[in-house]
Design a protein around this ligand. Structure first.
Ligand code: BEZ
Length: 261
């Protein structure tokens, strides 16, 4: 499968406008339950806030992210933690780790079998894979609005879709096929209030959906954003904030658990 158009992450925007990504990820850290001295990978670490939370609990945590900008910012913020630029589809480690953690990142990795293979090779037997990301029909209404507006410009949104939002059965099947035992998995609605009041949806589109609008000049792009807002305001704007229709897939899986031999 082709690599999706690069999102072109902006670490400054990520921290100032979408800090809720890390804030809401703290529940996933609780599910991970890191223990002192465990070796843990934070896959798709962004600017490192959750890597830092895990490290503060006494684990030895390495953050990895495909974006050099994100990793640069993470290193600057948390100089005592290791951060590396690596792609989740193909990262390899010298020494196995106890757990791989990931928050709000796996939906950017469109070849999940390759990602799960990387995680499997990174873990020792009995190691944990604990993550949360967008699940089936995540941001479904927002996607429909984007697709409708782009259709009017003759652009097929699906061809540009950079996201992977699986169902419980699909993702647990992929994990089991590579020797993981799924201990727990849930798909749940998590309507998410966006920062910045009236401008929240436009900032979200800039931060997360830029590749859909690639090739449009600034003015038609702003016009397209305004049309998306118009289509969505009745359902997703409460007069003060935009509430994005997030759905999360959260799970905990163990490598090789339950093998009889
Ligand atoms: C998410 O965190 O669910 C998400 C973020 C950006 C685009 C799509 C989904």
């Amino acid at each position: 499968m082709e690599k999706p158009v690069n999102q072109g992450w902006n670490a400054g925007l990520y921290d100032s406008k979408i800090g809720y990504v890390s804030r809401l990820g703290k529940g996933v850290v609780e599910l991970l339950n890191p223990q002192p001295n465990e070796r843990i990978i934070d896959l798709g670490c962004g600017t490192g806030d959750l890597t830092h939370v895990i490290a503060q609990l006494g684990a030895s945590c390495i953050g990895i992210d495909e974006s050099a900008d994100m990793v640069g910012k993470a290193r600057h913020k948390y100089p005592s933690i290791s951060f590396e630029v690596m792609d989740g589809h193909e990262f390899r480690l010298d020494k196995p780790v106890d757990a791989v953690f990931s928050n709000a990142a796996l939906h950017w990795m469109k070849q999940p079998e390759r990602v799960i293979e990387s995680v499997r090779l990174a873990l020792h037997e009995g190691g944990r894979f604990v993550a949360e990301f967008g699940g089936k029909r995540n941001v479904g209404r927002i996607y429909e609005a984007i697709a409708k507006v782009l259709g009017d410009y003759g652009i097929d949104a699906e061809e540009r879709n950079p996201w992977y939002f699986p169902s419980v059965s699909e993702y647990s099947g992929l994990l089991e096929a590579q020797g993981f035992e799924v201990r727990w998995m849930e798909l749940y609605d998590r309507p998410t209030e966006l920062d910045d009041g009236e401008g929240g949806l436009e900032h979200w589109l800039d931060a997360f959906a830029g590749m859909f609008f690639a090739g449009l000049a600034e003015e038609p792009k702003r016009e397209a954003y305004a049309r998306c807002s118009k289509l969505l305001e009745r359902e997703l704007y409460n007069g003060q904030h935009w509430i994005a229709d997030y759905r999360r897939l959260r799970f905990s899986a163990v490598l090789g658990a339950g093998r009889m031999i």
